[in-house]
Design a protein. Structure first.
Length: 334
């Protein structure tokens, strides 16, 4: 599947508003230009002082026509955003005066734009750490109702069509939570299932993986995955899942029949949940390098509204792709 083209087409059809908090980053400005030229968003908003952004753009001879620039310190929404932020954080001891100062931080401002519907999606991380992006998202946008965990997924493509959805699979979590609890694993599975729907356009079939299949080994690590499966069963999340499963038992029907006879995921798995970040990060990189698969992401998941993080080494193309994916995940009713 041509994942990038599919996401760009979906984003273009949805006509959503995108905010990019890192307005003085030249890669971000160049990506914004491409997004406008390819009509991937209805509006593209850069955050920062107008003069600063224009100065950076002029060094590269870039025209900012079609791009909106918002300076939080001087914006008419400052009081509104500050009040909302105060209400969200006053239980942490935040004062109204400090809220007005803190909300002008570009990441917080962008997240508040998304929270209040002034933008539909936010992408950042080219000049900020993942931790900073996550903190802004969690404190202002929050997680999906019923879930407590923000996590990530990769879209892995380029396999033989017998695997996943026409050669594409969701790998999760490979970038955010080092050692998830059973409850967090259940949250990750639910978020990854939704990512499968949004990014692969198919119903998720989820395998929670381990070095054990159905109790073949007993260890705290396997018990954690078993407990996550029990939690999912209690939640009745509305998708097919099974665990704990070794990778071969999850993916190869003949081995499923031997190790987990009667498993509902037999021959249909398109979403793989790793037990921790060691397994997830190593797994996706091995598949990418040795299996010649393409790895798109990581894309954040579990937030109430679309927020994405970038590597600080992201290329312009990386930023455009992540923006297209994030816009494609915005709800139609937003």
């Amino acid at each position: 599947m041509d994942f990038v083209s599919t996401m760009k087409a979906k984003a273009a059809s949805m006509r959503k508003k995108l905010v990019l908090p890192e307005g003085t980053d030249i890669r971000t400005i160049k990506a914004a230009k491409i997004i406008v030229e390819e009509q991937l968003a209805a509006n593209v908003i850069l955050l920062g002082k107008v003069a600063d952004i224009q100065k950076v753009a002029e060094t590269e001879g870039l025209c900012l026509t079609g791009i909106d620039i918002v300076s939080p310190h001087a914006d008419a929404n400052l009081d509104l955003f500050a009040r909302e932020y105060y209400e969200l954080r006053k239980h942490k001891g935040l004062s109204e005066e400090q809220a007005k100062t803190d909300i002008t931080d570009s990441l917080r401002w962008g997240a508040m734009m998304v929270r209040l519907g002034h933008a539909d999606a936010m992408v950042a991380g080219a000049a900020n750490t993942t931790g900073d992006v996550l903190r802004a998202g969690l404190s202002i946008v929050g997680t999906v109702p019923g879930l407590k965990t923000a996590s990530s997924c990769f879209v892995m493509v380029g396999f033989d069509s017998q695997w996943g959805e026409d050669g594409a699979l969701i790998f999760s979590d490979c970038a955010v939570i080092p050692d998830p609890s059973s409850e967090q694993l259940a949250d990750i599975a639910q978020s990854a299932a939704q990512s499968c729907r949004e990014l692969l356009d198919t119903e998720p079939v989820v395998a929670l993986m381990s070095f054990s299949t159905k109790g073949s080994a007993v260890h705290d690590h396997t018990i954690k995955v078993q407990s996550a499966v029990t939690i999912l069963k209690e939640r009745n999340p509305g998708f097919v899942f099974d665990g704990e499963l070794q990778a071969d038992a999850a993916l190869v029907p003949s081995i499923t029949d031997k190790k987990a006879p009667g498993s509902p995921v037999r021959g249909k798995v398109n979403t793989l949940i790793f037990p921790d970040l060691n397994a997830g990060n190593i797994g996706y990189k091995l598949v990418q390098r040795l299996g010649n698969a393409e790895a798109f992401g990581p894309f954040l998941q579990g937030f109430a509204k679309p927020i994405s993080d970038l590597s600080r080494g992201a290329s312009i193309d990386d930023i455009v792709t992540t923006c297209a994916v994030t816009l494609a995940r915005a709800k139609q009713e937003n």
